[in-house]
Design a protein. Sequence first.
Length: 319
Amino acid sequence: MRVRIGVTLLIVMGPAAWTGPALSRARDDGEPVPPETVLVTVNGVDVTAADLEIEFLARGVPAESRDEFRDRFLNDLVDRALVAAFLEKRRAPVSEQLLERQMELVKLIIERSGEGEELESVLARLGFTEESLREYLSLPLAWSGYVRRTVTDDELRSYFDEHRVRFDGTEIRASQIVIVIAADAAPDAWENAEERLAETRHQIDGGDLSFAAAAREGWNSPRASKGGDLGFIPYRGQLPQPVADALFSLDVGQLSPVIRSPFGVHLVTATDKRPGELSLEDVRDEVWREVIEREWDRLVDAQRESARIRWRTRRPRSK
């Protein structure tokens, strides 16, 4: 999924929050970019350098990492503009009660931080006013409310049934081969690792090599000495999400395709399974979160096909 709908503000994310905004961004020629500079226009709505700055701040990205996240966040801002326009046309309101709860949560976090600053002072450090903070929080809340009104209970149950093993507490015993790669490694390092694992996968799939033997053969996998055995794994919390998604789509004995994660390149197999017993009622909130994000992605894909998106800065890489 491309974007988290739930918003975690910078002010809850530790010391980096208190350094204050740096609202100028360097252009290619080294000159600063004024906050009002238009970066992209989406169906006539301007997205500015200040909007991008707030996105960096709201997600807690330090200045030295911003180039890494620039393209992703610009794409996310386009998505937000498309979803906001869609909701406006449908007069989809945000729950004022939920919005006030979010605002109260922000205030409570500030009070518990021990810094002793007033809300307005903290928000000013982050490039927000109370009004712009409410606006930032409103979109995900309005979207969540819209999806909950339009997706039926039968559709929710169908999604749960289709993806049951991700929700019902099922655990899968997994073995893994991973080539750990630094996040800043050159593209050819990733490509070479994928080629190596693809060849290993071919050997395992053809019966020329066992998975356990392959896992012990000189990889930098943390569990290589144990043949890659990870024990029983739940869907959430222990593996990078792309790896967990692949693992929980396998039957026992199946081999995954080669998977890329933020940590490296992986190959996994399922060796055993312990079925879970949780029902939809036990995990309804988790199912809703996934459905809400799935519907966001579907809408954005559809809206982008006809949207008038005009870039005034370097066009970001596609998602």
